[in-house]
Design a protein around this ligand. Structure first.
Ligand code: FAD
Length: 389
């Protein structure tokens, strides 16, 4: 297949150990057999069988797969990245479900939570029996979460939570929400069971991107929580930002999956579609497009693998994660659009995955830090000047 040729051009498999290749192939098989046949329909109808899917993904072992203990798989960061890549090769929405569950909600509880919080939630989240979401963004605060208005105030030993979160993946299907709020002691995180009175999560409709993913508002109207609901170890924005670093890492790999799938589709299409009496693949302009895209897909994989190794050594920095996230998503979206041209009119339909990937990647470019915020992070590292404000 053209995937294996692409991989050989960059000798990609030589950088992975057999166990990683096995995990990658297992997730690829699952994604191709269980998700790919249905995903265009889920995208079109904007209906995701999320509960069923979460249990299957839990059975596969990918929910919180890079966390240790509490029934999590305890795999390496690189293995987690490869799983994200294979899931996103099918649809960014499915990878989003897994990222939010494992890297945002479960990671926050695992890293910053009390023993009781971990025991209560992590095993059920690893199996996919319980779904989690992560509420940081608000209607008026996205790139600058420090300004958030959601707040928690003491009432005796309890906390009373008020405010609104926006654009929350898995929001209306979640059993538990990890919510960030202003308190007297600065920004703190809370573990909020979604059946708590005063909590509601209206779904956001009419999206033209990530339609095979649930996105919701979270509304807290005097939600009363016991003092044990606070994540004891997360203080300030470092709490949510550490979790975001985990999810961004998965996107460095994931977006390359979407890019690879577009390129594979475009190569296949170009070999069978005849224009002016010969296959589209036999024209130099087509080959130049394909070769240039292959270079970016290959280089993107090399960067992802390298950052995976650095993360596995526990040495990755936020600037390195920004570099990977910006490069992978920006190249993936450019590749998706270029592949769309190769498919001509067929490229605009859901019969092929390309426009679905292109549209999904619009969200991926914006969430987990917009491409501009990552440029500013890299710019700051290079110049020493913070240009955020
Ligand atoms: P804004 O911050 O308003 O930015 C608008 C534009 O201004 C962008 O281009 C931005 O790059 C640019 N900009 C901002 N600051 C600067 C600056 N200093 N200089 C120059 N340009 C700047 N959030 C969650 O908390 N949990 C979730 O699960 C979640 N899921 C999401 C799912 C989807 C499908 C989407 C689309 C978003 C999701 N988000 C989630 C929210 C996402 O993280 C935010 O949309 C993102 O942080 C950007 O915030 P914003 O949309 O408010 O844009």
């Amino acid at each position: 297949s053209n995937i294996s040729t692409l991989s050989q051009l960059f000798a990609l498999d030589s950088l992975l150990i057999p166990e990683e290749i096995e995990i990658r192939d297992t997730v690829r098989k699952f994604a191709n057999e269980r998700i790919r046949p249905h995903v265009a329909e889920w995208f079109e109808s904007a209906k995701l069988p999320a509960r069923e899917l979460a249990r299957e993904l839990g059975g596969l072992g990918v929910l919180g797969m890079h966390l240790d203990g509490y029934d999590c798989a305890g795999m390496s960061a690189t293995a987690y990245g490869l799983a994200c890549l294979e899931l996103e090769a099918v649809d960014s929405g499915i990878r989003s479900l897994v990222s939010v569950q494992g890297s945002l909600a479960m990671f926050s509880i695992h890293h910053w939570g009390s023993e009781e919080q971990k025991q209560e939630w992590l095993p059920r989240m690893a199996s996919g029996e319980a779904i989690g979401c992560f509420g940081l963004t608000e209607p008026d605060f996205g790139s600058n979460p420090a300004g958030m208005r959601t707040n928690a105030k003491r009432d005796g030993d309890d906390w009373i939570l008020n405010g609104t979160k926006m654009w929350i993946t898995n929001g209306s299907i979640a059993d538990v929400a990890v919510v960030w709020a202003q308190t007297d002691e600065g920004i703190r995180g809370f573990v909020v069971p979604t059946d708590t009175p005063g909590f509601s999560a209206p779904e956001i409709h009419s999206k033209l991107s990530l339609r095979a993913s649930v996105t919701s508002e979270l509304v807290f109207d005097g939600v009363r929580l016991p003092s044990s609901a606070m994540l004891p170890l997360a203080k300030g924005l470092r709490g949510p930002l550490t979790a975001l670093g985990e999810a961004r890492f998965g996107i460095i790999f994931g977006a390359m999956g979407a890019a690879r799938d577009c390129l594979e589709t475009a190569i296949d299409y170009s070999q069978t579609r005849e224009v002016f009496d010969k296959p589209l693949a036999a024209y130099q302009l087509t080959q130049a497009k394909i070769a240039d895209m292959a270079l970016e897909v290959g280089k993107g994989h090399l960067l992802a693998y390298n950052l995976g190794r650095i993360k596995d050594r526990g040495e990755i920095t936020p600037e390195q994660v920004s570099t990977g996230k910006l490069n992978s998503v920006r190249e993936a979206i450019a590749i998706a659009r270029e592949c769309r041209t190769i498919l001509g009119a067929n490229g605009i339909t859901l019969e092929y995955p390309v426009i679905r990937h292109a549209n999904n990647l619009e969200s991926v470019l914006t969430y987990e830090g917009t491409s501009e915020m990552h440029q500013l992070t890299i710019g700051k590292a290079l110049t020493g000047e913070a240009a955020f404000r």
